[in-house]
Design a protein around this ligand. Structure first.
Ligand code: BGC
Length: 361
């Protein structure tokens, strides 16, 4: 069967032939992969800047934003049936018996760093025809979400952020009934974050570099959010244009933008960081002013990496809600669907918001 592999030593990305997986045993399910989305992490791996193959392999099969169909179940599978649609989670626990978070299935909070990630770190991914996966790593998806289910993994980043925000804001002596949110960046993570926020009926502003009359800005406005372009409003001026914000959801991976945006943060507000920045030369920031404001306003900053099973389940719910309310907007996130063979090309050059590779079906 075919798979899309990255050979770091040879600096090559190509479709290769690999052996089919063995029949599922125990709680495993054999899956037919339908589609896999491509994200910035995949592009970095394909540019040989990130990622690690499994120990002993000279290549890594890419892909972690997958949707698949159950073809066969092992004898101890209880939750899934043949024909079910599933989305796999990405991170697998580290082997350290002292890592409490991994031992309770919350490897997204792993304390040793020895976790693996399918398609990213020491484990093959889903850009192949068939895979075997334990049912505890599979989240069932209603069939009506088939054509948008590759968005569940990137949406689970916003879902985990929402879980974290809720937990952190328990610190407040009262519970606010609504929030104003600012999304930094209108890439796939930002757009999906904006979808999650607008379907939760949060008053949402999206700030990004695309011009205010661009198709991307139109997509934002279709969600019912406000769009502000860096072209009109430099980040230093953001608070005078949009007013006070309760939660900033950062999805650009640019530290100067993220930390300068804190000046728009309301008292007791929260900055959630999801972007993984490239490590550049040190940048200049008014860090004394930023720290002073954070302290005097009881603000909080949290980083979040994707994602536990509960965040995937919440992402399924949010996607269902969004497909009920704004199906056109959700579908318009997927701007390019091409066969596996086009993978190496698509990894070099994004086409719109989200590229998806079709494997089967
Ligand atoms: C994936 C996460 C992963 C992160 C860092 C992201 O693209 O969605 O699951 O933890 O990359 O490897």
């Amino acid at each position: 069967m075919r798979a899309l592999a990255v050979f770091r030593e040879q600096q090559d990305v190509r479709v290769i032939d690999v052996a089919e997986p063995p029949a599922p045993t125990g709680r495993q399910a054999l899956l037919r992969v339908l589609e896999v989305g491509i994200c910035g992490t995949d592009r970095e791996i394909a540019a040989f800047e990130y990622g690690d193959p499994p120990t002993g392999s000279d290549y890594l099969i890419l892909g972690h934003e997958a949707v698949a169909e159950v073809l066969e179940t092992g004898p101890d599978v209880t939750e899934l049936r043949v024909g079910d649609l599933v989305v796999p989670t990405v991170r697998r626990p580290c082997p350290d018996s002292g890592c409490r978070t991994c031992r309770i299935g919350r490897q997204d909070f792993c304390t040793t760093g020895a976790f693996t990630e399918r398609g990213i770190k020491h484990a093959h991914g889903y850009l192949t025809e068939l895979v075997v996966e334990d049912e505890q790593n599979l989240v069932a998806v209603p069939p009506q979400l088939t054509d948008v289910a590759t968005l569940i993994e990137p949406l689970s980043i916003a879902a985990k952020a929402a879980e974290q925000a809720q937990a952190i804001q328990q610190r407040l002596p009262w519970q606010p009934d609504k929030a104003r949110t600012l999304v930094l960046g209108a890439g796939p993570i930002g757009m999906l974050g904006a979808i999650a926020m607008t379907v939760t009926r949060f008053d949402t502003v999206v700030y990004s570099r695309e011009p205010a009359d661009s198709p991307r800005a139109d997509k934002v406005r279709e969600l019912g959010a406000v769009y502000v372009s860096t072209e009109q409003t430099p980040i230093e001026k953001i608070n005078s244009v949009i007013g006070a914000i309760d939660v900033i959801y950062e999805a650009v991976g640019v530290p100067t933008v993220a930390f300068t945006a804190t000046q728009a943060l309301a008292p007791n507000g929260l900055l959630i960081l999801t972007g993984i920045p490239a490590l550049n030369e040190p940048a200049t920031l008014p860090i004394d002013r930023i720290m002073k404001d954070i302290v005097l306003n009881n603000q909080a900053i949290v980083g979040t990496v994707n994602a536990g099973r509960s965040a995937f389940e919440l992402a399924v719910q949010k996607l269902e809600q969004a497909m009920y309310l704004i199906p056109h907007s959700v579908r318009s996130i997927i701007t390019n669907r091409v066969p596996l063979d086009a993978g190496p090309e698509v990894l070099k050059q994004p086409h719109g918001v989200k590229d998806v590779l079709r494997i089967n079906g």
